[in-house]
Design a protein. Structure first.
Length: 106
């Protein structure tokens, strides 16, 4: 069964715009979520909490926080590309991140 925030296609908006401070390794995400690394990899694939960058998984701190808190509306908005509504931007603030595109960001 898919998580309500999951889209039928992998999100093209996860970790975009690129901000390396938003991204965690699988190991860091496992500590953050208090889950095993294999479980975090599965969550990334099933719920679009992260994406592969240079062959390595990177997990969004924002998406992971939304998932843990059960904020399906916020996660769906984030995965659709929303970075400006209070529903999404409040998570960036809580994680000490900016929603702005960094110089050289992709």
């Amino acid at each position: 069964m898919k998580h309500p925030g999951h889209l039928d296609q992998p999100s093209q908006h996860i970790l975009r715009p690129w901000n390396p401070r938003e991204a965690m390794t699988i190991a860091a995400a496992a500590k953050f979520l208090t889950l095993s690394e294999p479980t975090v990899r599965r969550l990334c694939g099933r719920h679009d909490l992260g994406r592969r960058i240079g062959g390595e998984w990177r997990v969004s701190r924002v998406a992971a926080r939304m998932y843990v808190e059960g904020d399906d509306k916020g996660l769906a908005a984030y995965l659709s590309g929303d970075r400006t509504s209070t529903l999404v931007s409040s998570y960036f603030v809580r994680e000490g991140l900016s929603c702005e595109v960094l110089p050289g960001a992709k």
